[in-house]
Design a protein around this ligand. Structure first.
Ligand SMILES: Nc1ncnc2c1ncn2[C@@H]1O[C@H](COP(=O)(O)OP(=O)(O)OP(=O)(O)O)[C@@H](O)[C@H]1O
Length: 263
C-alpha cells in the first residue's frame, strides 16, 4: 500500500503500474510503482540506499536500454505528447533530448566549453554559426556560467572546477530545450558553495521545465522540492507535497526514515 497525494497541478509524467527488472532477475527491482510527476515542479526521490531511486530515475529516459536484458513493464506516460515512453518504437535519442540527465559526477565531454554546449544542437542539425553561438550563450547564461567562461569558450572543459563542470553539464542539457531534467545526486561531489549555486539553479530552472532529483540529503529535498517521493525496497511508499510530508508524513515508514530512525 502506498499513499499518493491527489495533485491539482498539470502532470508532466505519469508512472502507471510500473515494474523494472535488471537483466537476469525474476523478481522486479521496482514493484508496481504508480507516480504522478507535476509539470514545472521539482520532485525529489528519497529513501535508504538500494531502495531504487536511481533505477526509477534512469527509467524516465530509458538509460537502462544501454545494457541488454533489462526489462520494463507498465507505462510511463509523457503528457507532452501523450506517449508511453516505454514503447519499443520510441526514438531514444529524441527522448533523451526531451528528458535530459545530470549525473552525480560531472561528465563534460573531452572538448571545448563551447563544443560541449553546442553538442546536442549540432546533433539536432543546427549548422548556422550565429544561431548556434546565440543558443550556446543562452544555455550558459541559463546555467549561471556565462560570466565565468565567456572569455575562454575555446578552452577545454576539463580545466573548469567541479562545480563549473556540473553547471556546464546543465548548460549542455538545457541547450536543447528539454521538458524534463533528471538529476542524480548532482551535488554530492561538490563543496557547499558550488552546492548552493546548483540548488539555486534548479529552483530557477523550474520556471521552464520539470525537475526530478534523487538526493540523500533530506534538507536538500526540503529546500528544493515541491513534491517528495519516499521509496523503500523498490516500492513507492508515499508521495506528497514536500512541506506537508516532512511535518506530517502519512506512512509509518516515511516517518521513521525522515526522523532518522533508519537510513
Ligand atoms: N546494474 C544492476 N544490476 C543488477 N541490480 C542492480 C543494478 N543496479 C542496481 N541494482 C539493484 O537494484 C536495487 C536498487 O538500486 P538503486 O541504485 O536504484 O538504489 P538507490 O536507491 O539509488 O541507492 P543509492 O541511494 O545507494 O544510490 C538495489 O538492490 C541494487 O542492488
Amino acid at each position: 500500500m502506498s499513499t499518493i497525494i491527489t495533485m491539482n497541478d498539470p502532470l508532466e509524467l505519469e508512472v502507471k503500474n510500473f515494474n523494472f527488472f535488471y537483466a537476469g532477475k525474476n523478481e522486479p527491482n521496482l514493484k508496481s510503482v504508480d507516480m504522478p510527476i507535476a509539470k514545472k515542479k521539482v520532485t525529489a526521490l528519497i529513501g535508504p540506499s538500494g531502495c531504487g531511486k536511481t533505477t526509477l530515475l534512469r527509467s524516465f529516459n530509458r538509460m537502462h536500454d544501454l545494457y541488454p536484458g533489462n526489462r520494463y513493464e507498465g507505462e510511463i506516460r509523457f503528457h507532452n505528447d501523450n506517449q508511453n515512453l516505454l514503447d519499443k518504437e520510441i526514438d531514444l535519442i529524441a527522448l533523451r533530448m526531451k528528458i535530459g540527465m545530470i549525473f552525480q559526477k560531472p561528465t563534460p565531454f573531452p572538448m571545448s566549453i563551447f563544443d560541449n554546449v553546442a553538442y546536442g544542437l549540432r546533433l539536432q542539425g543546427l549548422k548556422d554559426k550565429k544561431i548556434l553561438a546565440e543558443k550556446v550563450e543562452k544555455a550558459l547564461r541559463g546555467a549561471a556560467l556565462w560570466d565565468e567562461v565567456k572569455d575562454r569558450l575555446k578552452d577545454g572543459a576539463s580545466a573548469l572546477s567541479g562545480g563549473q563542470q556540473q553547471r556546464l553539464c546543465i548548460a549542455r542539457a538545457v541547450a536543447v530545450e528539454p521538458d524534463v531534467l533528471l538529476f542524480d545526486e548532482p551535488t554530492s561531489a561538490l563543496d557547499p558553495i558550488s552546492t548552493l549555486a546548483i540548488e539555486q539553479l534548479i529552483i530557477e530552472l523550474k520556471e521552464q521545465l520539470t525537475v526530478i532529483i534523487v538526493t540523500h540529503n533530506l534538507q536538500q529535498a526540503a529546500r528544493l522540492s515541491d513534491y517528495t517521493a519516499f521509496m523503500y525496497l523498490g516500492e513507492l511508499i508515499e508521495l506528497g507535497a514536500t512541506k506537508d510530508m516532512f511535518v506530517n508524513p502519512q506512512e509509518r515508514l516515511t516517518e521513521e526514515y525522515i526522523t532518522g530512525r533508519f537510513g
